[in-house]
Ligand binder design. Structure first.
Ligand code: SF4
Ligand code: SF4
Length: 274
């Protein structure tokens, strides 16, 4: 059996976010929980002997909302020695624990930080100056810029706006195709395929069905390699053309229902200023 190599291997530490950015491929404002350590351990066990990556990306939702982040990072490190990037929106920097910071510094893991706007960046200035610079791989401000390529994938009346584009040309311009997601015994060619499948399992009805959205550990390496290296019919839901015109600072507000889910005591809570 040969080893599959990918550029970015994504593991979600959270299925919930305090923001609702237009460009988000994750549709995570519909999610309502964080990952458990046991769940991540199962994913690691299923895939660590099958797949290698340039780096492991710990994503969400917002991973820093998970109070068990440290144990999740430890589980991931049990399976892979590669560099770990924890991708965060910067609203929970003040919730990082000493143990998490120390572990990341000692274990080849860093934060990839994109503040949603300049105000959030400025509100975090003191904290940023107190944290060790080596903790950060990237600091972007404002990083949550909205792009029309993603806007075409947004929700309308609770459903995704569906495009009907050519899968091949959509895939060619796609920059999410190198972010392979693993979850439990499933593997997804991109975050969007994961989220559509995940939300389907959570009883959201965004699409009637997503045939071929993923493969599983039961597939051979050759089958997985093929799945990960070419467009699928599902790519028709993505736009064929990139339009990199940024619309800065236009982050839609969470609805009252979406805000209510953030009061779940199982999460780290956003600070009032964010
Ligand atoms: S902060 Fe990140 S995960 Fe949350 S909605 Fe924005 S892009 Fe998506
Ligand atoms: S469905 Fe295809 S084009 Fe769309 S994000 Fe995934 S890999 Fe890219």
């Amino acid at each position: 059996m040969f080893m599959i190599n990918v550029r970015t291997l994504e593991i979600n530490a959270s299925y919930v976010c305090n923001l609702k950015c237009k460009q988000c491929a994750n549709i995570c404002w519909l999610g309502n929980k964080v990952a458990t350590t046991a769940e991540v351990a199962k994913t690691v066990k299923a895939w660590s002997s099958r797949i290698r990556a340039n780096h492991i990306s710990v994503c969400g939702g917002e991973p820093l909302m998970n109070p068990d982040l440290l144990n999740i990072l430890i589980e991931i490190r049990r399976g892979w020695s590669e560099f770990i990037l924890v991708k965060t929106n910067g609203c929970f920097l003040n919730k990082l624990t000493e143990a998490e910071i120390e572990w990341m510094l000692k274990n080849n893991a860093k934060l990839w930080l994109a503040f949603k706007d300049t105000a959030t960046y400025e509100a975090n200035q003191d904290l940023l100056s107190q944290l060790p610079p080596k903790l950060f791989h990237t600091v972007k401000y404002p990083g949550h810029t909205n792009y029309k390529w993603y806007e075409a994938q947004q929700m309308e009346d609770g459903k995704l706006i569906q495009t009907n584009n050519n899968p091949q040309t959509a895939y060619e311009v796609c920059h999410a195709k190198k972010c392979v997601v693993i979850h439990d015994e499933k593997i997804y060619m991109c975050p969007k395929m994961f989220w559509l499948d995940y939300l389907k399992d959570q009883s959201y009805r965004l699409y009637p069905a997503i045939p071929g959205s993923h493969r599983t550990v039961q597939h051979s390496d050759e089958q997985l390699q093929q799945y990960l290296s070419k467009p699928s019919a599902n790519c028709m839901i993505c736009p064929e053309q990139l339009d990199w015109q940024p619309v800065v600072g236009d982050i839609p507000q969470l609805t009252p229902h979406e805000l209510a889910k953030l009061s779940n005591a199982a999460y780290r809570q956003p600070s009032p200023q964010f």
